[in-house]
Design a protein around this ligand. Structure first.
Ligand SMILES: *[C@@H]1O[C@H](CO)[C@@H](O)[C@H](O)[C@H]1NC(C)=O
Ligand SMILES: *[C@@H]1O[C@H](CO)[C@@H](O)[C@H](O)[C@H]1NC(C)=O
Ligand SMILES: *[C@@H]1O[C@H](CO)[C@@H](O)[C@H](O)[C@H]1NC(C)=O
Ligand SMILES: [Fe+2]
Length: 459
């Protein structure tokens, strides 16, 4: 009965949403504010002992396994894991067929404390010289506690290389987070572009902060051990806690999550770029200085000159704070970065910018606000064919819940907005076409709530 009632109410909501959509069509270019009402899990973290955070069997068994791209062009991965009980081996055995490991790579290990929490032994191992478009199997740990996983390398850099990215933000560790993760894993995405705010461990106290970084690592392992997640950082990675004597920003994050920043000549793991298939992906950090003459500013200026749209037609930027956001939550927080970087985004014809931070979904039209300066010019964003599409997907499902209050009326730059949990995918077909989807968790895997064809800005 409850099932039927729920289905009926979903049908009703669909009809309502459809009519909201129709009424918007009559209204010129006006955007859509979806009124969908979702049935969500409570916004609280999954209990520590829950099966979702299961510790793998065996003494000192590797846990929290995650991989990320390890070089500029996709022929390397960095494999990271934690051995909890004693300093485990740094070795990764790998090869092209299962249980037959031709090669070995040796990584590094670190450990740290956060307040009185003592971390496990954190291993990072660069595995390079891989062949493109190839499935690799790998093994970490020793004896009965060893564990085996696999990943696939991307196609060679090529303007028409097809590739499917997932985009997830503000994930956290609630049942909604798990739902987002499971929906993403059914999407066929090959690599995640993660737009910051990973574990929300900083919402806990004292030693539980470190423990919640560990549980998050175990929660996401079901995906992160098998495909690269491209990391960018949010405010929940800062962990600046003078009351606990912890004043080094990003301490937990930086020990646990490696990025290939040296490959793009960045001086910090917090901002960098990679090329993968037909995409050039630039990762920025909203919480490191970026004004003129700072390291991040100089690096971005130089990196944008490296972009070759003949080889990688798709230019994608990741950051945590959205530049165009019409939600009450975090309203205007992106203005400082907009003032510094927006003219470059337009000049270089960035295709799409993904951000998180606001716990809702929003997509903009192609607009810019670069003509305004402090003495003259248009004070409002205007349609601009060279501007990126801005997408906010801070709707991963963390314990802070949804940001349900949008600014009314919907500003002209906002194309679609809805406060539901979900994730996006960007399916690049060739140099000219990519299919973009936003998938709401409540709808199961097949139904895209916001979908369109993204036409490349260069080709
Ligand atoms: C790292 O691990 C070693 C070996 O167990 C231990 O002696 C040391 O205190 C740890 N260091 C930190 C900073 O936790
Ligand atoms: C300020 O904006 C006006 C109008 O777009 C433009 O003519 C002027 O050159 C700008 N000034 C500076 C210093 O960029
Ligand atoms: C690129 O992909 C789109 C969508 O699948 C297709 O319609 C178009 O013909 C493709 N272009 C080329 C040159 O193959
Ligand atoms: Fe955030």
């Amino acid at each position: 009965m409850a099932q039927v009632a729920r289905k009926q109410s979903m049908l009703l909501q669909f009809i309502v949403t459809f009519f909201v959509f129709l009424s918007c069509l009559n209204n010129g270019n006006a955007g859509i504010t979806s009124t969908f009402i979702r049935s969500e899990w409570p916004a609280t973290d999954i209990p520590l002992e829950n099966e979702a955070f299961r510790v793998p069997n065996g003494h000192n068994a590797p846990q929290q396994v995650h991989i990320t791209q390890g070089d500029y062009d996709g022929r390397a991965v960095i494999i990271s894991w934690v051995t909890p009980d004693e300093p485990g081996s740094n070795k990764v055995q790998y090869g092209k067929s299962e249980k037959n490991y031709e090669f070995t790579a040796e990584g590094t290990m670190n450990n740290y404390t956060f307040y009185k929490y003592q971390s496990g032994y954190i291993h990072h191992c660069l595995v390079g010289d891989l062949e493109y478009n190839t499935k690799y199997y790998y093994k970490i740990g020793s004896g009965d506690s060893a564990r085996e996983f696999w990943f696939k390398t991307p196609p060679q850099i090529d303007p028409d290389a097809a590739y499917k990215f997932g985009i997830i933000g503000d994930l956290g560790q609630t049942y909604n987070s798990l739902s987002t993760l499971e929906h993403y894993m059914q999407s066929g995405g090959q690599t995640v572009l993660f737009v910051g705010d990973l574990s929300y461990a900083d919402r806990h106290q004292y030693n539980e902060i470190g423990l919640r970084w560990d549980t998050w690592g175990r929660l996401v392992e079901r995906s992160t051990a098998y495909q690269p997640w491209i990391w960018s950082t949010g405010n929940h990675e800062i962990d600046y806690m003078p009351d606990l004597g912890e004043v080094t920003p990003f301490k937990n994050y930086l020990h646990r999550y490696a990025t290939p920043h040296l490959a793009s000549k960045s001086s910090s793991p917090l901002w960098y770029a990679i090329r993968r298939a037909s995409a050039h992906i630039i990762v920025l950090n909203s919480y490191s200085s970026f004004v003129k003459y700072t390291p991040q500013w100089s690096w971005l200026r130089d990196e944008l000159k490296q972009v070759d749209r003949e080889k990688t037609p798709w230019l994608i930027v990741l950051m945590h704070i959205p530049i165009y956001n019409s939600n009450n939550a975090h309203y205007m927080e992106g203005e400082s970065m907009r003032a510094v970087f927006e003219s470059w985004f337009v000049q270089y014809k960035v295709d799409v910018i993904f951000a998180g931070h606001v716990h809702a979904y929003e997509r903009s039209y192609r607009i810019s606000n670069i003509r305004y300066n402090i003495t003259s010019g248009d004070r409002y964003p205007v349609p601009d064919k060279s501007a990126p599409v801005y997408v906010t997907v801070g709707d991963g499902g963390n314990q802070e819940g949804l940001a349900g209050r949008f600014i009314d009326p919907q500003p002209e730059y906002s194309a679609f907005r809805e406060a539901s949990y979900g994730h996006s995918t960007l399916e690049i077909k060739n140099r000219t076409h990519a299919f973009y989807h936003w998938n709401r968790n409540d709808d199961g895997k097949k139904m895209a709530t916001d979908a369109f064809v993204l036409h490349n800005q260069y080709w």
